[in-house]
Design a protein around this ligand. Structure first.
Ligand SMILES: NC(=O)C1=CN([C@@H]2O[C@H](COP(=O)(O)OP(=O)(O)OC[C@H]3O[C@@H](n4cnc5c(N)ncnc54)[C@H](O)[C@@H]3O)[C@@H](O)[C@H]2O)C=CC1
Ligand SMILES: O=C([O-])CC(=O)C(=O)O
Length: 331
């Protein structure tokens, strides 16, 4: 059905709940397109390798025509060898009594060696999406430990927040999801993130003007999107998994295959100083992409005082996280 060579995709945390929702869609062609074979390399901690073998048995049992091979390993050097796409999902969750610095340190123990393994072994065209939280700063740790890989190959995921914002706007306006474009998430994948509808469009009309409801924006829309992850945990007793996997697919799909004309997506990418966001932190911006993997931060959007304050607050949080990982010697 296709004569393309398989693309090697490395997935970490493969035995976790996002992994379980993600791997089958990658293998079905949702990630890289319906004519692109994939080869999976699954990284897990040693005690989880048995569970990964079970997932591989299920992948086998799907008989996906595009799935060329699957291999599990507990060695990051093997997982990233020849990888063109890296989905870094496995992370250390926050446990009771753990301070943010402890969390960053524990994740440093994961993302530093993974960055080094990517540096040493990945394919030249490697593209990395960090999903595991705190995603933006984990991505910065990985990028900083891969000095030979261009920094712009390390992204963090704010596509779930982007999709959540579209869903809320669709509910509020009654418009179909497909008719909503140009939504932006700015900043960190955390409760400080700023979902921005001032440049969004609903059927081509400015979304903020159409909604014309500042109280809804401030007291409903923004906090709902910011706190959606916590609301899911509260309702489900476990964090978002299928929607997170779906967003990871969307992010990489659009990064590799391009965004539709006239629209953009939210991606956490290394700041080049655009919109006054301090250079070097991995922060969410409106981005367009071209087939092949180039992206650009959308330029020239007008930012009013309301948006400015919120973008700055989230960027400041990322600057503080960067200072903390610097102090820990992780970057
Ligand atoms: N950026 C985003 O929008 C979102 C991020 N997340 C984050 O994604 C991460 C994964 O979530 P789940 O799959 O639900 O968690 P999970 O706990 O079900 O799975 C995580 C897996 O990672 C594995 N792991 C731990 N250390 C590893 C290492 N060094 N190498 C390889 N694998 C390792 C664990 O053994 C576990 O199987 C969490 O950090 C979560 O907070 C979740 C939802 C949305
Ligand atoms: O807080 C979590 O672990 C889950 C998360 O990031 C989200 O759903 O946005």
């Amino acid at each position: 059905m296709t004569d393309k060579q398989p693309v090697r995709v490395a997935v970490t945390g493969a035995a976790g709940q996002i992994g379980y929702a993600l791997l089958f869609r990658i293998a079905s062609g949702a990630l890289l397109g319906p004519d692109q074979p994939v080869s999976l390399r699954l990284l897990e901690i040693t005690p989880a390798l048995k569970a990964v073998e079970g997932v591989i048995m299920e992948l086998d049992d799907c008989a996906f025509p595009l799935l060329h091979s699957v291999e599990a390993t507990d060695d990051a050097n093997v997982a990233f060898d020849g990888a063109s796409v890296g989905l870094l999902v496995g992370a250390r969750p926050r446990s009771r009594g753990m301070e943010r610095a402890d969390l960053l340190e524990a994740n440093g123990g994961i993302f530093k060696p993974q960055g080094q393994a990517i540096n040493a072994h990945a394919a030249d065209d490697i593209k990395v999406l960090v999903v595991g939280n705190p995603a933006n700063t984990n991505a910065l740790i990985a990028a900083s430990n891969a000095p030979d890989v261009p920094k712009d190959r390390f992204h963090a995921m704010t596509r779930l927040d982007h999709n959540r914002a579209i869903a809320q706007l669709s509910k509020k306006t009654g418009a179909a999801v497909k008719d909503i474009t140009n939504v932006t998430i700015w900043g960190n994948h955390s409760a400080t993130q700023y979902p921005d509808i001032f440049h969004a469009k609903v059927n081509g009309q400015n979304a903020a003007e159409l909604v014309n409801d500042q109280a809804w924006l401030e007291n409903d829309f923004i906090p709902t999107v910011q706190k959606r992850g916590a609301a899911i945990i509260d309702a489900r007793g476990a964090s978002s998994a299928a929607s997170a996997a779906n967003a990871a697919i969307d992010h990489v799909h659009d990064w590799v295959l391009g965004t539709p004309a006239g629209d953009w997506v939210s991606m956490s990418v290394p700041s080049d100083g655009s919109y006054g966001v301090p250079e070097g932190i991995i922060s969410s911006f409106p981005c367009t992409t071209k087939p092949g993997g180039e992206y650009e931060i959308v330029q020239g959007l007008e930012i009013d005082a309301f948006s400015r304050a919120r973008i700055d607050a989230s960027a400041n949080e990322l600057v503080e996280e960067r200072a903390a990982i610097r102090q820990l010697g992780l970057i």
